[in-house]
Design a binder for this molecule. Structure first.
Ligand code: GLN
Ligand code: ZN
Length: 765
């Protein structure tokens, strides 16, 4: 074996899986038709890997929704409430993923979390007191057989027991110990089945090893694999890690009876040093992850070669990707609008397969010509540097990062300026991107709808949206973001320095895909980007309309960044551009400006020791730079997706926004406790219902949620809002949900208790 990959995108070159799934959810196609689409994607993927000479294409990297969810199902970690729906296997999976509601049932979706430091989301496995783990790996086996029937011997992949146990949520007094032996046993069963099938290699993914590991955890890891590897029999087992180095478990991993070990040489800062220090067992295969699975730039072969040569081991090396290729788009071949001179610098999943193959050629057979071609590409001068911008950044001083006056003083001025009731209600920004909205945008893009007609259409939508919000009774309105395809791409398109793709979709969760723009050069803002729509919206109403921007850290985190300058440098370039927009909005009379930093938490380094030096020390100031120059009366909001920021609460407070909204409804409000303990100063809108699911929350449910928040936080600190933008939802469920939100808030404001009684003491207004 010489070359391998960890996994391939499953969404399809033209998002075939997404569209088939959506049709299936709308009951427009049958399960059989859905399965057929899935099968074609799998066969195409395997064939492509075969074509470049990958000896064992990967199987079981396919998933209808999420591979961690597939694993929960394979281990029978399916909470009773989903079993009780009595759905077939596939629909049970979708009930866990999306929630389920009909006349007789109402079950919420399992929570989603960011998959390590990526923009992919996994569904958190649930372990409770009734969980009975048992093995059912039929999906893995079926896909292996499917490939075999078409003449392809694959290497199945599976997320490992250690990562499963690390990511799971433990309810009702359960712990890892409650299920440990059953989980090991289930994987043991898997190995037995794989032997029966004559499977040659199994890849077990254990990304949890790149997190900070305590001694106890390493002991647990060793225990699991000492037991498990006894049963591998004829199957060869490859332990695959990614998203960093495994400095705390490296020697343990080497000692265990794995046949191959996969290490990350791209994000794993210490991987080479570990091998140099401790050696690498020569009887195992070393899967060397040198082709970046997260970024879209061509691989620099000379640099990769230097890494491989620095390893100096007698072990056999396999050229590998650094992580699954699901984090990059499928192919550059459909990018017909991008100049060839630009495109030649990019490698998506298919092109990365070629890179794997070429690197293997260069490494094993010293193919000088390939190496030379690649050198020529990297020696080319790609862009002209913007010296003025560089100077502006070099001259930034402390005061550029500090807003005056203090939060408290601003608060009084803002209260006077805005006259908002207690528990102000608002939304996060976007309203449903209906078929109508998307069609108009598409027609405009294709040139079938004139710019004037498109603008009129957008104005009409904004007018409707404002009217709707007034009717529902929300206090702070939004314009609805109908003009935006995506909260990052929209800004990227108007900034200089970005390039765009047509089809470079990457899965974010389930059927949701994003098309990250590519930072090509230095970033500048040639003209204002949002003022026109925000002022139009504000002109329609007497209530405040929030200006809506995406923050610099999020723009960068959801773009494919440059590799020739630092992330900090790129972020500060963006921050200056967004700052100019903030000031333009303020000048145009917008009183509240929301700067979304949805992805701030996401790029937090996986190891705590790197948090500040590698990230927060420049990311938080970059946000402050954006709003440091606004007037005290202007209220700055920010929004973050996912509430998992308990451990960086003081950094969030240090962003110095006036109000922050965040996801808190799928996770059990534990963040609220943390806000209290840390004396969080910023006003907060912890999302009171989950917008990632089509389910409509009842008024009572929202009311309970608000009460729970108010049990912990002072009334004056709380805002009421859904947990994220509404763009992925339909109109019907959105309107109902927001009506319930306002109704619940009004009940709370007027002091109605949980028995429906109105008590004077409880009344706030
Ligand atoms: N303002 C954005 C919206 O509502 C925020 C989206 C997000 O947090 N992902 O769509
Ligand atoms: Zn969000």
């Amino acid at each position: 074996m010489k070359k391998s990959i960890i996994a391939f995108p499953r969404i399809g070159e033209n998002r075939e899986l997404k569209f088939a799934l959506e049709k299936y959810f709308r009951k427009e196609i049958s399960e059989k038709e859905l399965q057929q689409v899935a099968k074609v994607i799998r066969l195409t993927n395997w064939q492509q890997q075969k074509n470049v000479g990958i000896e064992f294409p990967i199987s079981n990297d396919f998933s209808f929704y999420d591979q961690t969810l597939d694993l929960s199902i394979a281990l029978n970690a399916i909470p009773e409430r989903y079993e009780e729906l009595n759905l077939n296997k596939l629909d049970t999976l979708f009930a866990l993923a999306r929630g389920f509601q009909d006349e007789a049932h109402d079950v919420t979706a399992r929570p989603m979390k960011k998959w390590f430091n990526t923009n992919y989301h996994y569904l958190v496995p649930e372990i409770n007191s009734k969980t009975t783990i048992k093995a059912n790996f039929s999906k893995l086996i079926d896909e292996y057989r499917e490939a075999k029937e078409s003449g392809i011997e694959t290497k199945p992949t599976i997320i490992g027991p250690y990562t499963f146990l690390t990511l799971a949520e433990y309810l009702e007094d359960t712990t890892v110990e409650t299920v440990l032996s059953e989980v090991i046993n289930a994987y043991h069963q898997l190995l037995v089945s794989l032997n029966q099938e004559n499977v040659k290699w199994l890849q077990i993914e254990e990304p949890a090893l790149v997190l900070d590991q305590s001694k106890e955890k390493i002991v647990l890891f060793e225990k699991i694999y000492q037991e498990l590897l006894k049963h591998k029999n004829k199957v060869k087992v490859q332990l695959q890690t990614y998203f960093g180095d495994i400095r705390d478990s490296y020697t343990s991993v080497c000692k265990l009876d794995f046949d191959g070990i996969g290490l990350d040489f791209v994000e794993g800062r210490e991987t080479v040093a570990l091998i140099q220090k401790y050696g690498f067992p020569k009887n195992k295969l070393l899967f060397a992850g040198i082709v970046n699975g997260k970024n879209i730039w061509r691989n620099n072969y000379q640099q990769s070669l230097e890494v491989l040569n620095a390893i100096k081991t007698e072990a056999q090396i396999i050229v590998n990707t650094s992580c699954s290729l699901q984090h990059v788009p499928v192919t550059t071949k459909n990018e017909t609008k991008l100049d060839k001179d630009i495109l030649k610098h990019f490698a998506f999943a298919n092109e990365k397969l070629e890179e794997i193959s070429q690197l293997a050629d260069i490494y094993f057979t010293e193919n000088e010509q390939l190496l030379h071609q690649n050198e020529v590409l990297f020696n080319e001068k790609r862009i002209q540097e913007n010296l003025q911008l560089k100077q502006a950044i070099d001259h930034l001083a402390e005061k550029d990062f500090v807003r005056q006056p203090s939060l408290e003083k601003r608060r009084n001025l803002q209260n006077e300026a805005l006259h908002l009731p207690l528990l102000p209600t608002t939304t996060i920004g976007s309203f449903p991107q209906t078929v109508e909205v998307r069609r108009a945008r598409l027609n405009h893009k294709k040139g079938e709808l004139s710019s004037e007609a498109y603008d009129t259409f957008l104005e009409e939508k904004i007018r409707e949206c404002i009217e709707l919000q007034e009717k529902i009774g929300l206090n702070v309105l939004v314009h609805g973001e109908f003009e935006r395809n995506d909260m990052v791409e929209y800004f990227g398109e108007q900034l200089d320095g970005y390039v765009f793709t047509q089809k470079a979709w990457v899965q974010s969760y389930g059927t949701r895909c994003v098309k990250p723009p590519i930072v090509w050069g230095d970033i500048t803002r040639p003209h204002s980007m949002t003022v026109r729509w925000s002022t139009f919206a504000q002109d329609q109403t007497a209530k405040p309309v929030k200006g809506m921007l995406t923050g610099p850290v999020t723009i960068l985190n959801w773009s494919f960044p440059r590799e020739d300058i630092s992330l900090r440098e790129s972020t500060l370039q963006l921050a200056l551009a967004v700052q100019a927009e903030v000031l333009d909005l303020e000048k145009a009379g917008i009183k509240i400006i929301q700067i979304d930093e949805a992805a701030l938490r996401e790029k937090l380094p996986l190891r705590k020791s790197d948090w500040y030096s590698e990230y927060l020390d420049w990311a938080i100031p970059a946000f402050r730079l954006v709003h440091s120059k606004v007037r005290p009366e202007t209220q700055i909001h920010t929004h973050m997706c996912y509430s998992e920021f308990e451990d960086i609460i003081s950094s969030i407070d240090a962003m110095d926004a006036d109000v922050i909204s965040f996801e808190a409804s799928r996770s059990e409000l534990s963040i609220i406790d943390a806000l209290k303990t840390h004396h969080f100063q910023t006003l907060v809108g912890p999302g009171v219902y989950d917008i990632h699911s089509p389910r409509v929350p009842s008024t009572n449910e929202i009311k309970t949620q608000i009460s729970r928040i108010l049990d912990k936080l002072p009334l004056e600190q709380v805002w009421i809002n859904p947990d994220c933008g509404l763009k992925t939802r339909g109109n019907k469920e959105t309107i109902l949900s927001l009506e319930h939100l306002v109704e619940a808030t009004n009940l709370i404001r007027s002091g109605v208790n949980e028995y429906g009684e109105q008590t004077k003491e409880n009344a706030f207004v």
